[in-house]
Design a protein around this ligand. Structure first.
Ligand SMILES: Cc1ncc(C[n+]2csc(CCOP(=O)(O)OP(=O)(O)O)c2C)c(N)n1
Ligand SMILES: [Mg+2]
Length: 281
């Protein structure tokens, strides 16, 4: 224990004395494992004939604004933003597990004020956005040129998914359709440009128009209402027990089975944890 400055100086000198390289190769194995998971469990972007999927809306946004700073609200759209936006490190701002609905738009405003030459985009939920909707006035007042894209599924989608999956489809207080404001009119009422997208055909041009607009924009993207977000971890379960993963391809090595010492379930030798009970294998 000691003064952190002195301790760090001593540690650096000691590493040099021991001839340790400044960059020990401690991540290669881990990164390889992540790459294997990526190829075993690819993320799927569903396309439906009659509606736009939330995933494709987010993918298209990321395609047209790959270097933007993204913020999110909380819910399914937050998970999809995490899964499908590949905009690099330190450019994805979210309340993550703290789950602060309404975080996204003010966070994007903060980014834009700090970095006026950068694109700041909030991926919002139709319920979350209402938590701080009054900030449209601040956008208009200071002409803060952020773009807010509402992934509008007409539900508190994350809550609906839980009620569907774990509560016998007893939906309570999660449908947002009655009382849903007209977001274009709402934005206009504050003096902010509002846009609406209802189909795949409109999406590409609408995003381009939004990005080209020299001012704040609120864009309401209507997506499929009952899309679920996977993988998910059920209450009381652990990450090894998550549901909704596609079946991984069966490699030859994976054909060998071992029994879980705790619950006896058959496991592929490549499993690190038993998917039945979560025991470390
Ligand atoms: C302030 C606050 N209240 C309640 C919750 C619990 N909660 C988590 S997600 C969610 C619904 C979010 O709905 P929406 O913004 O439409 O996102 P979607 O899941 O539909 O993408 C709720 C109520 C929360 N995280 N924060
Ligand atoms: Mg929603």
């Amino acid at each position: 224990m000691g003064d952190v400055r002195q301790v760090l100086i001593d540690m650096l000198r000691r590493t040099q004395e021991l001839g340790l390289s400044g960059k020990p190769d401690r991540t290669t194995e881990w990164l390889k494992r992540i790459d294997r998971w990526r190829s075993d469990y690819p993320l799927v972007v569903p396309q439906y004939e009659d509606s736009l999927s939330p995933q494709e809306a987010i993918v298209e946004l990321g395609r047209q604004a790959p270097n933007a700073y993204y913020t999110t609200d909380v819910g399914q759209h937050q998970m999809w933003a995490a899964q499908f936006l590949k905009n690099g490190p330190r450019r994805w701002m979210s309340s993550s597990g703290l789950g602060t609905m309404g975080y996204g738009m003010p966070a994007a405003m903060g980014v834009k004020v700090a970095l006026p030459d950068e694109e700041a985009i909030c991926v919002a939920g139709d319920a979350s956005i209402l938590m701080n909707i009054q900030e449209l006035a601040t956008l208009a007042q200071y002409n803060i040129k952020i773009k807010t894209v509402i992934i509008n599924n007409g539900w508190q989608g994350m809550v609906r998914q839980w009620q569907q999956t774990f509560f016998g489809e007893r939906y309570s207080a999660s449908n947002m359709e009655a009382g849903m404001p007209d977001f274009v009119m709402l934005a206009n009422a504050f003096g902010v440009k509002g846009m609406v997208v209802r189909s795949r055909e409109e999406l590409l041009l609408a995003i381009a128009e939004m990005l080209a607009h020299d001012g704040p924009v609120l864009m309401d993207v209507h997506v499929r209402k009952d899309e679920n977000c996977y993988p998910m971890v059920a209450p009381g379960k652990n990450n090894a027990q998550m549901v909704g993963l596609p079946e991984p391809p069966q490699s030859e090595a994976a054909a060998d089975l071992i029994s879980c010492p705790s619950c006896g379930a058959e496991n592929q030798v490549t499993n690190k944890f038993c998917p039945e009970c979560g025991t470390k294998l």
